[in-house]
Write a protein that binds this ligand. Structure first.
Ligand code: MN
Length: 299
């Protein structure tokens, strides 16, 4: 067994979303760029915004990925350049497939309210990343009661249930909630690598006790995982077959070469993306400068 093939606890780092909101970022991580095709993972909140304050992420582009939003507390309005306008509420998933390009905004429905959410990106494979943009909203997802947990299948299949969410590579996303002490085992696909990401409370996954701010990476080859919570808890279980295509992740763009990133950025800055459906009070996000930057694909 090489060191790369062992499970390991990794940290989450603080990052700024939009203009001012702090989130904890698990992926990409220096020691683990992706988990399956999951290539980005932000944990936002739980936060109680002050009166007159909320999350407002102005127009910004995406290419080469799917944005996957799992809402835990609060309500957020999504608007995009396909003219969609969709409120996402707790227990629901928004999945936006950028393909060759899409732009969107995300705004707290009401300022001064609570927000708790996970936003993830899924890298699109070569066969889909040049295709048309799309958006889907899932108000209801398959749910099972398991040994004191409520387990929801957000994408992929588990516990005999399959989520309606569109995936373009073998992928798993699950939410687990316990209201007190609980203990179970989960069967894992041995061709998947996995991640356990705590959102609230503590979870012991295998030998590791985790809480928000840390997460567990599990390599392929594992067929079973014990899950135990000492008290009320919530966590994500992510998985997928290792994503073998090279990736450059820069700003909100996922591509294979620096030229692709530069050209998407030029298209955005020269107004070549379709306009986002109006309604967000926030202005367009400025892209960081690419001057003097050399981007090299890893994977
Ligand atoms: Mn976005």
């Amino acid at each position: 067994m090489t060191p790369d093939q062992t499970s390991r606890v990794l940290d989450m780092r603080d990052a700024i979303l939009g203009e001012s909101m702090t989130v904890r970022r698990a992926l990409p991580h220096r020691q683990q760029r992706t988990v399956g095709a999951w290539c980005f993972m932000d944990h936002a909140g739980p936060v109680q915004f002050d009166r007159g304050d909320g999350m407002h992420v102005g127009p910004h582009p995406h290419i080469g990925l799917q944005t996957f939003t799992w809402m835990i507390e609060g309500e957020v309005m999504h608007r995009d350049s396909l003219d969609n306008e969709q409120i996402i509420r707790p227990g629901q998933v928004n999945l936006m497939t950028a393909g060759r390009g899409i732009a969107h905004t995300e705004d707290s429905l009401k300022d001064g309210s609570r927000l708790h959410a996970a936003q993830l990106w899924i890298a699109l494979p070569e066969s889909r990343r040049h295709g048309p943009p799309a958006f889907e909203h899932h108000a209801v997802l398959p749910q099972e009661s398991v040994d004191g947990f409520t387990a929801t299948v957000l994408i992929g299949s588990a516990l005999g249930r399959t989520a309606p969410t569109t995936a373009y590579s073998p992928l798993l996303g699950m939410d687990w909630v316990s209201r007190g002490p609980a203990q179970t085992h989960m069967d894992l696909r041995t061709d998947f690598e996995h991640a356990v990401i705590p959102l609230r409370g503590q979870v012991q996954a295998g030998d590791e006790l985790l809480q928000p701010g840390s997460w567990l990476y599990l390599p392929t080859g594992r067929d079973r995982l014990s899950l135990q919570t000492p008290d009320a808890s919530q966590f994500l279980l992510l998985g997928g077959t290792p994503f073998e295509e090279p990736l450059i992740i820069w700003w909100n763009l996922v591509a294979r070469t620096e030229d692709e990133i530069r050209s998407a950025l030029e298209n955005w800055e020269s107004g070549q993306f379709a306009p986002v459906r109006p309604g967000s009070p926030a202005g367009p996000l400025p892209a960081p400068s690419l001057q003097g930057v050399r981007l090299k694909a890893r994977g």
